[in-house]
Design a protein around this ligand. Sequence first.
Ligand code: ADP
Ligand code: MG
Length: 206
Amino acid sequence: MPVSLSNIITSIQHCINDNIDEVTELDRAIGDGDHVINLQRGLEALAKIDDELSILDWSPALMKIGMTLMSTMGGASGSLFGTLFISMAKAAKGKDLNSSTFPDIFMAGVESVKQRGKADLGEKTMLDTLIPVVNSLQADRSNTVPFNQMLDNVASEAIKGMESTKDLIATKGRASFLGERSKGHIDAGARTSQLMICAIAEVLTQ
Ligand code: ADP
Ligand code: MG
C-alpha cells in the first residue's frame, strides 16, 4: 500500500475508533468526556476532503488540515490541534517534507500549541506527548539516525510522554479545576496525540 495522506487519515481514524471507550473514560474522569467525539468529528471532516488534500503541496495541505480541524472539532483540543497544523503549514512553506525538514516543521507547530495553550511540559496535557516527540526528532536528525529507527523512537517517546501524565497534577485546561484530584488519570489529549503519532509512525514504517 503506497503511503498517502488518505491512508494516514484512515489509519488514524481506525486507531481512534478502536480506543473510543478508553479515551471517553479518561476525559470523563478529569474533563467533560467529549474529547474523542470532538476528535472524531475533525477526522471525519478530513476524510471527506482527502481527495482535495491529495492534490495540494505539503504547506497548503497542512493549512487546510489545520483550518478544517479548527472549524469542525470544538473544545480546547480543536483550537490546539488546529494551531499545530496551521503553524506547521507556515513553517513548511516552500519546503519538501522529509526526515531532515520535518523536525523543525513539527517543532514550530508544537511551539505554537505551547503559546496558544499557555502551557509547557509537565502540565498534564497533549504537550506531554508532543514535546518529547519534538525532542526525539531533533536529536535523531542531529545524529543522522536511520528513518525507521527515528519512527520507532518517536513512537516510544510518545508512549512514555503519554504515560507520564498519569502522575501529574493538571495545571491547564478543564482538568486543572480538580487540582490534586487530577492525579492518577492519564490525560485524554496526551493519549489521543500518542495514538495518532503511533498510527502515523506505523504507516510510514510499512
Ligand atoms: P475541552 O477540555 O474543552 O472539553 P477536549 O476535551 O476536546 O476539550 O480536549 C481536552 C484536551 O485538550 C486535554 O486532555 C488536554 O490534553 C488538552 N488541553 C486542554 N487545555 C490545554 C492547554 N492549555 N494547553 C495544551 N493542551 C490543553
Ligand atoms: Mg473535553
